[in-house]
Design a protein around this ligand. Structure first.
Ligand code: ATP
Ligand code: LTN
Length: 326
């Protein structure tokens, strides 16, 4: 069975975008692959934030993973910073990665643009990600389109290392979810819905109240036309709502257009809101059962024990190849 690994950053309560674009894919994949899912908390400090409780966010993200349907029997679940070998391998990989490659990464360019002070961690972020992937001989890495370039860098670094020191790393493949699953901001539908977005109204978070969710969807930006028709360029707002509805109901776009051909935007928005609220209410019910239970501690302890052993073995092999004193 192929091995799959993926993670999310605990930078805030996960959004409907993360749920549709990442978590639903993880659930789909948990029966297909030997699956490793983690909280990328080391990555979360690359952009320093005030008003940010890393510990709480990390626990909350684990509880949300479980509440969304990630089965701890089918997945090894762990917290990145607890496993010290990731950062250790990352240093070794940094010494096999070029500054030029890192400075060309889209995410780095976007997040550093116009800023005088950004951390070195923002630049080396993809190397730590490569380390997360390569340390477990990962075959498959499910990520959104925005992270594909980082998985490609992991491939390049792995190939470079293998060529230099002999076969050490498995070359990972990115697994990109359907094109349609990029969920956009409700206020500015040309922008990705993002956890760290400043305007709360454009973002649905999995722990928002049902009232808040309804309000945000009803107020979502749409065009002045009134036809429920998918057209990403001319009707980004409505197309985004169609995408959300499609992802949660499993219906095809043509089916949705047909279903709402006699409806106005208000009626369609209400249907989208009902669907989103129903799904999120179920998740929140389960979240409440998990968040204070010691199941989380047990799962993380098991995950750490297992991944530490695997990671140490790989790091030891890497160190031997390079020729460190041991
Ligand atoms: P941040 O604002 O902290 O950058 P984010 O919400 O943009 O966070 P990430 O933590 O970077 O999300 O991404 C987690 C995963 O969720 C990735 O696989 C990413 O592709 C996916 N994802 C994030 N936002 C969306 C979205 N709007 N639509 C679909 N998938 C998404
Ligand atoms: N950068 C990713 C999180 C992440 C990741 C990884 C995903 C860190 N390390 C390794 C897959 C594999 C993100 O922001 N979603």
């Amino acid at each position: 069975m192929k091995r799959m690994l993926t993670g999310l950053q605990p930078t805030g309560v996960i959004t409907l975008g993360n749920y549709i674009g990442a978590i639903k894919q993880m659930i789909k994949n948990q029966d297909k692959y030997e699956s490793y899912i983690f909280v990328a908390d080391l990555h979360a400090i690359t952009v320093p934030k005030e008003d940010f409780n890393l510990k709480e966010n990390t626990r909350s993200l684990i509880a949300l993973y479980l509440a969304c349907g990630i089965d701890p029997k089918k997945n090894t679940i762990f917290v990145q910073s607890q496993n010290e070998y990731h950062a250790n391998l990352s240093w070794v990989l940094e010494c096999n990665t070029y500054f030029g490659e890192l400075s060309r990464m889209h995410q780095f360019k976007e997040k550093s643009k116009g800023k005088e002070n950004f951390t070195a961690g923002l630049l080396t972020y993809p190397v730590l990600m490569a380390s997360d992937i390569l340390i477990y001989d990962t075959d498959i890495v499910p990520v959104g389109m925005d992270q594909k370039q980082h998985v490609e860098l992991a491939r390049d670094v792995a190939e470079r290392f293998n060529n230099k020191f002999g076969k050490t790393f498995v070359i990972p493949e990115p697994l990109i979810s359907d094109v349609g699953t990029k969920i956009m901001d409700l206020v500015d539908p040309t922008k990705k819905m993002s956890k760290s977005s400043e305007n709360q109204n454009g973002v649905i978070r999995l722990l928002d109240s049902s009232d808040e969710i309804r309000k945000k969807i009803i107020k979502a930006t749409t065009d002045s036309d009134s036809k429920v028709k998918f057209d990403k360029d001319k009707k980004p707002g409505i197309s985004n709502l169609i995408n959300i509805y499609k992802s949660l109901t499993g219906k095809e776009i043509e089916e949705i257009e047909e279903e709402f051909k006699d409806s106005n935007y208000g009626q369609f928005k209400k249907a989208v809101a009902d669907t989103v609220v129903k799904e999120i209410e179920e998740i929140q019910k389960r979240y409440k059962e998990y968040i204070d239970s010691d199941i989380i501690d047990i799962i993380l302890e098991e995950g750490l024990k297992k991944t530490r052993l695997m990671a140490k073995a790989k790091l030891d092999a890497v160190k031997r190849k390079i020729g460190f004193y041991n």
